[in-house]
Design a protein around this ligand. Sequence first.
Ligand SMILES: *Cc1c(COP(=O)(O)O)cnc(C)c1O
Length: 429
Amino acid sequence: MNTPTSNTLFLRAQQSIPGGVNSPVRAFKSVGGTPIFIKRAEGAYLYDEDGNRYIDYINSWGPMILGHAYQPVVEAICQRAAFSTSYGAPTALETEMAELILSMVPNVDLIRMVSSGTEACMSAIRLARGYTGKNKFIKFEGCYHGHADCFLVKAGSGLATFNIQTVPGVTAGVAADTLTCAYNDLDAVNQLVQQNKGEIAAIILEPVAGNMGCIPPAPGFAEGLRKICDEENIVLIFDEVMTGFRLAAGGAQERLGVKADLVTYGKVIGAGMPVGAFGGKREIMEHIAPLGSVYQAGTLSGNPLAMIAGYTLLKTLKDNPQIYQQLEDKTAYLHKGLDEVLQRSGIPYIINRTGSMISVHFSDKPVNNFADAATANNERFNRYFHHMLNAGIYLPPSAYETWFISNALEQADLDHTIKATEEFLAKEA
Ligand SMILES: *Cc1c(COP(=O)(O)O)cnc(C)c1O
């Protein structure tokens, strides 16, 4: 791809924005090269400032589940904007949004809207601590729950990509209350819980992990955590920022058939607008201000443009359950095609997939946790990324990210992706 305008824009951006980007994974730092600057997007495709077209497997890191510039969402935002963009006072729309979410997801009695997944997760942890009166919590290596201080310990996503182990600015005191263990390792969780008996407020996890590539939970893992939490009076938090409204209308809770006490949302819930939410059991949620004294607030929380965008998308998903089957079929088709060409190449690989989350690890052994993902041949992934980009296919620029399938993708797009992969493998052999 010829991207002279992106190259110029990136040089200019670095003069006024740290690293030229407003979120680190966009920088292509680990895969090398210059990030492409996007001018517009429609359906399954991104168009850069030089007019190149790319099949999009990031989809804004999840939200664009029906593809870009989905007309009903765009129209709803435009209509609402004429009524002013924010009031800082309640609206009927916020209640409609809450009622819609409650009608779609299990085990949520009350829900509070915020403006990002980070906010949702940090608020859920504060609430779990306030509710239980305990300080420590357990997270899993390679899981990402946003950039609040307490989560930046052995985190996935950009921290894994850039190999950032400890984050300057996060105090030792804060980090000390964050306990970590390997994903899919119930014994390790049990041990931590016994070593810190009566001190653990919460266990938070991505019920299907997507920030170390895609890593599904081992059979019994989520169920085992549920049992530990019940026995030890620990709040189980499902971070469904990635999985919510993607793996099913009711998210991972529905797909896995396991109940969480608190759930966090982001990404799809806002249809590409800045939205997050946390919700759960009434008994716990009633501790949030103004009902209780666990304080949490937001000037732009429940913003009308963000709410109408999210509402329009979620209502479409609710009213058209066949969309989830279509997403499943498309991703399964891609999975099968990639599997065939990879198998034929003789290059070691693992494809992990749950629903419309999928990723390729160039690994010769199963990838069940962060250590497995880290020992894969990630230099090969970087070459793969660039080969695909050149072929007009935009994969996440890191082996530590899942690919997000949108329903705008058509068979020709998937076939092109499989064929480009085959060409890459021929070069590598
Ligand atoms: C993206 C993500 C977050 C953070 O959401 P932001 O909106 O980027 O703050 C939290 N948890 C998970 C699982 C995510 O994938």
